[in-house]
Each structure stands twice: as C-alpha cells, then as structure tokens.
Design a binder for this molecule. Structure first.
Ligand code: LRH
Length: 475
C-alpha cells in the first residue's frame, strides 16, 4: 500500500508541536515539523492561556506539515490532543465569551478547600466521577467562573475543552471527546455521559455539555486551509496523557505499569474497571478514561515541574543536550541526599519560587537545603523516583496486581538519572522509550479510524518491534 500521512497537533502546558506521521503498512515514521513554547500569562492576579497564539502556531504547523510531504501526497487526517482540564466558553457562533484561565490559577483554592473540608461531599463526588479533588479540576474552575460571573450562564452556550475547541476551529463541529471529558470531574464514572450529581454540585449548566463522543469519530474536513482541503479531522483521545498511554508498547498480559513523564509524572495502568472507595480516594487515584471508554487509573505526581521551577533560580541553566547530560551525570555521582522531598506537598503546585518551596519543606524537617543546582537536580530526581515507586506500591495493593515492568515515555524518559532513580526506588526495571508519546498515540488513533491499522493491540505490537528501549535495572 501507498504510505499514509497524518498530522498530529500535540499541545502541552510548556510546549506544543505539530508532527507528521507516515504509516508504511507496519511501521510509523514521525517528523516534527513545528515546535513552539507555551506558557501561562499572568495579568492582574490571574493566569491565562494565549489561545489565539496557540491557534496561530497550529495553523503554521499544519501549513508546514502539508508542505513537507512528497509532491502529489496529501494529509489524510489530523488529530488534536492537549493537556487536560482547561476549556473555552463559547456562544452558539463559537465566539469566546470568557477568557481561558490556566489550570494553575489560584482561583480554585477556596472551592478545593471547601470540598476537602466536607468528607461527605468529597466521597459523593468521588463515587460519582472517580476523580479526586485536585486544584486544577475543570469542575472547580467552572464553579468559580459561574460564582464570580453569574451572567456567564446566559452568555455561554457551550463549554469546549481545549482539544474540543481546536477540533471545532479545524472542522466547524462542536463535540466533546470522552477522554478529555473524563479529566473534568464532571463525567459519570459508571457510564460515558456527564454526571448529574457533579454538574449539580458544581453548578455547571448541563446545556454547556453535549454527549461525549469516542475517539475515531470523523468530525469533517479541515476548513479554510487550501492545502488541507482533503484532510479529515479525526477525534483522537483529546487528553495528551491518554494518547501517551496508547503509545505504550505494552505487553498484552497487562503486567506493565505506565509512566508518562513530563511537566507532570502520570503513573497508571489500564483496566476494565475503575478503582473506587476510600483508599483509592486517599491515594488520589484519577479514573481517567481511554478514548474507547475503558479506565486508566492514574496518580498525578508533581513531575519535572519541580525541576523546571527550580532552574529559574539559577543562571547556569544547561543550554543544550550535552550540558544537560553532563549535569545529570554529575548529579548521579553525588552522595545520596540526606532526606528526600515529599513530592505530594501542595506547596509545589504553583509557588512564586520553587527553590524556596523546596528549601522550606527541608527546613521544616530540619534538613539543610542544597547549595548548587547539581544537588537540587539529584534531590529532585531521587524524590520523584521515590514518588513514582510509592504510587506503584499503592496501585499493587489497591488493584491486587503485581507489575513487572515500568514503561516510560515523554521528555523525562531521556533523563537517565530520573529513570535510574525510579528503577531503584521501585525495584522494577524501567524501559525508557525515547518517544513523543502523545503524538504517537494521536497517530495510532487516526490510523485506526482510517482503517489502516486494525486496533490498538496491533499498533502496539508493530511499535514494540520497531523500538529498542533503554533498560534501567534496579540497583
Ligand atoms: C499532562 C496533563 C495531565 C493533567 C494535567 C492538567 O499534560 O494532561 O494528565 O491532566 O495535564
């Protein structure tokens, strides 16, 4: 068969990219055609995303994607995945009627505290949605929006989550994807529809949300871009973490635990059932959903956000891959830190200074903070490794399973110190795949929708023969 070309739009909180994937019948090749930084912008005490700026970059990337193909070839399809929980409130004409806040905005803190202070509500919402109380939940964000701006109930007719919104800009069709819907704390954990209990509790108007669609749904042709006139917009799992999990070259026996490592560390596995109950809630297990509707119990560990934040306090940020590697190597040669960080500390969510937040936690435990960047790097990687291991042990207990390998994708899978620390703390081998996980999972779902690949198991099997992981044995 002729090679089949697709474009993946993958938007992360700190960077976005547009990639071209070419399927050769049993092998995927990928090229990054456009990469751009992303950052929240603060004004007058609140944090926002530059949605129009992102759309500009997406268009630039798609034009480059089309231009990168051999002459005569065209993009069969395009799919969008983004970070979770954030959204755009629009009217019937698709016009934005409220600014898009960034999920780290502190506006949800009072609502979060109220939920945490009411065990009855917390338990009820967890039983209904399978999603724990986390500061970024769309539920808390929307509750704050409605409370601070009651007129919004009239002005907005739809709440489109970010992948839904970009799908709309591309195709003209407004639809809610199932996987991104499951990150909101508003989806019913027992069905593929919204939870009446959660909508009522958070005061979210039900008319804002249409029935969620599964991945693979064709939304229409790309509008307004002549080079992409024949390209179909395919609803892939809109949540980047779902796409990253779909890209895991997992063994069919289900003994693998997944770690998508980037700004966040997403530790979880696949299951036909959610993990519910008090212990799961106390572990903050999020029962996110795949694009097909199955469960992906997962715990969100603070991730490389710790390191990204700490770097801001030092002038000597490594400038390239080589200096990064040298820094990690020097950090690995240091003696083990006297005390690791408790990475579940809520103070790390969005502090004015990450270094100061780390120092404060250590001082609370009568431990002297590090001095040099290299010491912080060692402390952060070892602490994250321990954080990953703690979650894996909790999962083994809660789900009564034994995991044999950790599959790791994302930017953090290139960090040898972090991989080794995770292997050491968990006692499990880490298989690190140098893979843009979200983009690859995005392609997988397009290829399945186009019927070029039978199903996800077939795709994973093909990927597993194609990739050679770097293996870190526990020491
Ligand atoms: C990672 C991620 C994660 C959470 C967070 C808000 O990019 O999607 O799974 O949902 O962003």
């Amino acid at each position: 068969p002729l090679p089949l070309h697709c474009a993946a739009i993958d938007l992360g909180a700190t960077s976005g990219r547009v990639m071209v994937g070419t399927w050769h019948g049993n092998e995927l090749s990928t090229t990054e055609v456009h990469r751009f930084p992303n950052a929240l912008r603060s004004v007058n005490g609140h944090d926002y995303w530059d949605v129009a700026g992102l759309w500009n970059e997406v268009q630039t990337g798609l034009a480059l994607a089309a231009a990168s193909l051999p002459s005569g070839a065209s993009l069969a399809s395009v799919g969008v995945d983004t970070w979770g929980v954030d959204h755009v409130l629009v009217d019937d004409a698709g016009r934005m009627v409220f600014p898009t806040h960034a999920y780290r905005d502190a506006r949800t803190q009072p609502g979060l505290q109220a939920l945490l202070d009411s065990p009855a509500d917390l338990g009820r919402i967890y039983a209904a949605t399978g999603i724990p109380a986390v500061f970024y939940n769309s539920s808390l964000q929307l509750a704050e929006t409605v409370a601070s701006c009651p007129a919004i109930k009239k002005l907005a007719t739809r709440c489109l989550f970010l992948p839904d919104y970009f799908n709309y800009l591309l195709s003209g069709r407004m639809a809610h994807g199932l996987s991104i819907a499951s990150t909101t704390q508003l989806l019913d954990v027992g069905s593929n529809d919204w939870s009446k209990t959660a909508l009522k509790h958070f005061g979210v108007p039900p008319r804002w949300l249409g029935s969620p669609i599964k991945s693979g749904t064709k939304l229409g042709r790309v509008r307004g871009m002549p080079d992409l006139g024949k390209t179909t917009v395919v609803a892939v799992p809109g949540h980047d973490t779902t796409c990253a999990y779909d890209a895991m070259p997992a063994a069919p026996d289900g003994d693998d635990i997944f770690l998508s490592s980037g700004t966040w560390s997403l530790v979880g596995f696949e299951s036909t059932q959610p993990l519910l109950g008090e212990e799961a809630l106390a572990t903050r297990v999020a029962n996110d959903r795949t694009g097909r509707g199955e469960y992906r119990p997962l715990v969100n560990v603070i991730g490389l956000w710790l390191l990204e934040g700490t770097l801001k306090a030092f002038d000597s940020r490594p400038a390239n891959d080589r200096s990064w590697k040298a820094l990690l190597k020097n950090a690995a040669a240091l003696p083990a830190p006297a005390r690791l960080l408790d990475v579940t500390d809520p103070a790390f969510a969005n502090p004015p200074s990450m270094k100061a937040a780390i120092d404060a936690q250590l001082r609370r435990h009568r431990t002297k903070p590090p001095q040099e960047l290299v010491e912080y790097v060692r402390l952060i990687c070892d602490s994250l490794g321990q954080g990953h291991a703690d979650v894996i042990r909790r999962f083994e207990h809660l789900a009564n399973r034994t995991f044999k390998r950790i599959l790791m994708v994302g930017g953090g899978s290139k960090n040898a110190l972090l991989c080794q620390a995770t292997a050491n703390a968990s006692g499990l081998p880490v298989l690190s795949f140098n893979l843009e996980g979200s983009a690859v999972g995005n392609f997988a779902n397009q290829l399945i929708a186009l019927k070029a690949v039978k199903n996800l198991a077939t795709f994973r099997a093909a990927l597993a023969t194609q990739l050679k992981p770097k293996i870190y044995q526990p020491r």
